[in-house]
Design a binder for this molecule. Sequence first.
Ligand code: NAD
Length: 250
Amino acid sequence: MFNLENKIALVTGSARGIGKEIAAFLAAQGTKVIINDINETLLQETAKEIGAARAIRADVTNQDEVNAMVDTIINEFNRIDLLINNAGIIGLNKFEDITLNEWNKMLNVHLNGTFLCSQAVIGPMKTQKSGKIINISSNWGQRGASEAVHYSAVKAGIIGFTKALAREVAEDGILVNSVAPGPIETEMIAEEAKLLGVTEESVRLNLIETIPTGRLGQTIEIAGAVAYLASDLGDFYCGQVIAPNGGEVI
Ligand SMILES: NC(=O)c1ccc[n+]([C@@H]2O[C@H](COP(=O)([O-])OP(=O)(O)OC[C@H]3O[C@@H](n4cnc5c(N)ncnc54)[C@H](O)[C@@H]3O)[C@@H](O)[C@H]2O)c1
């Protein structure tokens, strides 16, 4: 039942980090993976490295670009089985210092991006009477993180989005679920260190303090959870949040 061969999957924000690992893992199972990112150079490098079926540069906040990306996939592959809404940005700032611009950007990438990509695939998935949408949330969306009110708010929003859409489209054969990772070893650690003006090691130590298992997660552990949901083994999950987080939220 763990068969992902020849499925057609779009993974957003997959030039690096968790998205790249998800795309590579699916590609290794024989899935035809379309990778996407705004970073064109890195996207092309990653496509070659992981054997992606196609790489499409698109900004997930831009409706025309998102619709054109999905049209290209449908024209070329005739269907879309999996959408992994993974593209994201990090932001850290004291609540009173978060500018409206930062707030809007956070909402735009995470919530508008997830909304636009999901809306673009829902028509083809309804026609197929099958499809899966997996949204990458975060443990911070479950428990809230200080100095990350905007990030926590959108990640909680993604969980609400997942639950509501799951109820609406289950009767069309479409399953919508979320994976909410705990702190994972990716380039985001370096970005957090830069934003806070501290070393990467101190960011790691600070994150590990609240993780019972005493370590950061690895990208492969998130890719595994996504692949599980994406496979037939995940067919009874509907509107759920799977949380590989080392016990950070229990
Ligand atoms: N790293 C963690 O500890 C962690 C924990 C929980 C959740 N997450 C979530 O996992 C996802 C991936 O995180 P990551 O650590 O791999 O981050 P990352 O920064 O390494 O990768 C994110 C990718 O998204 C791309 N991207 C950003 N804006 C985009 C846009 N508008 N359109 C298309 N692509 C865009 C970036 O170019 C980048 O390649 C994010 O949604 C993040 O919030 C990460």
